[in-house]
Design a binder for this molecule. Structure first.
Ligand code: S3P
Length: 182
């Protein structure tokens, strides 16, 4: 079963775009953070403050491994830090096409200002934090991605159409390549 996996920095719109894309394709939508917080019955912030980031990262790996058992096609949105754990790369690739939602620092900052749900962005100098984390993360997101789309410069529906189009073209090529190896 091949799914669609959305990766990208916090505030890149993975959840919103993912829901809309899933609806467009008739797929189910799965949000890894949501899966974790539902199972733990705790918010991400509480998991970080009570058990620490390392524990949260272990929950992410467990969740992404489990999603390989999904029996219906899904659009899966993963937290911005999940691709930074090398052990997760093979699971992401096994799930299907990986799509990177790429936003500029300005777009991300605008969307993340005043947010109280992301423990890694707590405190002063939001822009500096975004810049530093993005510098470390962007090369990893880009390396993992089968498709990259830019967010923040077009309406949601248009973005979803762009993703759906690029994804279809990518999957056709993927199918042709895998057939030619039989
Ligand atoms: C994180 C991103 C968050 C959440 C947690 C850590 C990160 O998810 O998993 O706060 O390290 O980038 P979103 O990317 O959905 O905001």
């Amino acid at each position: 079963m091949r799914h669609i996996v959305l990766i990208g920095f916090m505030g890149s719109g993975k959840t919103k775009t993912g829901k809309c894309l899933a609806e467009e394709l008739g797929y189910q939508f799965v949000d890894v953070d949501k899966k974790i917080t539902t199972e733990m019955k705790m918010s991400v912030t509480d998991i970080f403050s009570r058990f620490g980031e390392v524990f949260f990262r272990a929950l992410e790996t467990k969740a992404i491994k489990e999603l390989r058992q999904l029996e219906q096609s899904a659009v899966i949105s993963v937290g911005g830090g999940l691709p930074m754990q090398k052990q997760n790369h093979k699971y992401l690739k096994q799930l299907g096409a990986v799509i990177y939602l790429k936003g500029t620092v300005e777009t991300l900052k605008k969307r993340l200002e005043g947010d109280r749900t992301r423990p890694l962005l707590e405190g002063a100098d939001l822009e500096g934090k975004i810049r530093r984390m993005l510098t470390a993360r962007e090369p990893v997101y880009e390396k993992l991605a089968d498709i990259t789309v830019t967010t923040g410069n077009q309406p949601l529906q248009q973005l979803v159409q762009e993703i759906a189009q690029k994804w279809k073209e990518y999957e056709i090529q993927y199918l042709l390549n895998s057939k030619s190896h039989v």
